[in-house]
Design a protein around this ligand. Structure first.
Ligand code: ZN
Length: 183
């Protein structure tokens, strides 16, 4: 990311919306915005294989769930935040993953320009790839500012997406257990 270039462009936007970019409150804004982009769009630089270490599951073969993982992302259609919670469940085969690594996996894909459907699938896909588990389920509940502040202006709408693989897709009991546990 070229911070100087981003600063210039933000300054340009501030002026184009009719503001005075030189006034006190806005003077430092381009710099702050450019800096915040490092975090908000830092996912492109993160590498799942480097960040996520898996280890031997010692024959544990029941469902593992990490629920209510907070996330912030930005929608690719309007560059407005969408945010909420991710719930991840899986049934290991041989390998498991440290529980703190699941929120990390979420960060990698949330810190980009995204849509909620793809974010859901990418998390499920990467977890499947790394662990080769018997099944994976990912559910995301999110609010989209592009929907709340513009467009249809609906404040209380939550969008829910899910991506299920393996037993989470084929076995009704597994699926029900997952959905019950993340309630
Ligand atoms: Zn949007």
């Amino acid at each position: 990311m070229d911070q100087v270039k981003i600063e210039q462009l933000v300054k340009e936007i501030i002026e184009q919306i009719g503001e005075d970019g030189t006034r006190e409150g806005l003077k430092e804004t381009p710099r702050r915005v450019a800096k915040s982009f490092e975090k908000l769009f830092g996912g492109y630089k993160m590498n799942a294989e480097e960040m996520v270490t898996e280890f031997d599951g010692e024959n544990y073969d029941e469902m593992i769930i990490c629920k209510n993982i907070d996330f912030f992302s930005n929608c690719e259609h309007h560059m407005q935040p969408f945010f909420g919670t991710v719930h991840i469940g899986y049934i290991p085969d041989k390998k498991i993953i440290g529980i703190s690594k699941l929120p990390r996996l979420v960060e990698i894909y949330a810190r980009r320009l995204q849509n909620q459907e793809r974010l859901t699938m990418q998390i499920a896909e990467k977890l499947s790839e790394i662990l080769k588990p018997k099944g994976v389920g990912v559910v995301i509940q999110a609010k989209h500012l592009c929907m709340m502040a513009r467009g249809v202006e609906k404040q209380n709408t939550t969008m829910i997406t899910s991506s299920c693989r393996g037993l989470f897709k084929t076995n009704q009991l597994t699926r029900s257990e997952f959905l019950k546990l993340i309630e």
